[in-house]
Ligand binder design. Structure first.
Ligand SMILES: N[C@@H](CCC(=O)N[C@@H](CS)C(=O)NCC(=O)O)C(=O)O
Length: 205
């Protein structure tokens, strides 16, 4: 299968890390979605990355739907528990992580796609405040987990998405000063980024 999209995209990166953790083989095809939208459009009507092209030609779009299908393929290596309270906790924590990604990106897009005089500072601040709210809550979960994973004994999608969100925000909005504000989450991030699954889908420098 082919994973379309570069690892600067946190949605692509959480998918790649999940593929690495579950041991599902894939080829990374780093199509530049902004510069070559047609390369994505022929597979995905939304022209968004990640897009996962399966070996049988079927195509999966949107990271949450791709990750859901991946869990089905992964069997006992799945990253979201199949049911019950454990599943709810992982889903909620993952949702907060994904929400911080959305909010960080919306702030970045506002700054990127408007001339300086047309940037809405209040919209940037609004989105960053929501991202910081999410990171604050994740920091509490990381502090409660100590040296462990966010949702129990094993690494889950909650850890993947939280760590990818943190690394991305740290890179694109260093002014958010995450390490100083959220030390437990910073330590959790360092543990995740030290794993081969993360290193093999490294954030571009
Ligand atoms: N909800 C989507 C978000 C995907 C997304 O926004 N990807 C960005 C890259 S980070 C993209 O493809 N942007 C191109 C565009 O919107 O034109 C997901 O979870 O996969």
């Amino acid at each position: 299968m082919q994973l379309l999209g570069g690892f600067l995209s946190p949605y692509v990166r959480r998918t790649a890390v999940s593929l690495n953790l579950t041991g599902v083989a894939y080829e990374s095809v780093k199509v530049p979605v902004w510069d070559d939208p047609d390369a994505v459009k022929k597979h995905n009507p939304l022209v968004r990355i990640p897009t996962l092209v399966l070996d049988d030609g079927d195509v999966l779009v949107e990271s949450y739907a791709i990750l859901d299908a991946l869990d089905e393929m992964a069997g006992d290596k799945r990253l979201v528990p199949a049911s019950g309270a454990e599943r709810r906790k992982v889903m909620k924590t993952t949702a907060v992580g994904a929400g911080t990604i959305d909010k960080t990106i919306w702030a970045v897009y506002e700054l990127r796609f408007h001339d300086k005089e047309h940037v809405s500072r209040s919209w940037v601040d609004h989105n960053e405040a929501q991202a910081l709210g999410g990171f604050g809550w994740l920091n509490e979960q990381a502090a409660a987990a100590g040296d462990g994973w966010l949702c129990g004994a094993n690494i889950t999608q909650a850890d993947v998405t939280a760590a990818v969100a943190y690394s991305f925000a740290n890179k694109v909005r260093p002014k958010m000063d995450l390490a100083a504000k959220f030390p437990a989450l910073a330590a959790h991030n360092a543990r995740c980024e030290a794993l081969d699954a993360f290193k093999n889908a490294a954030l571009p420098s």
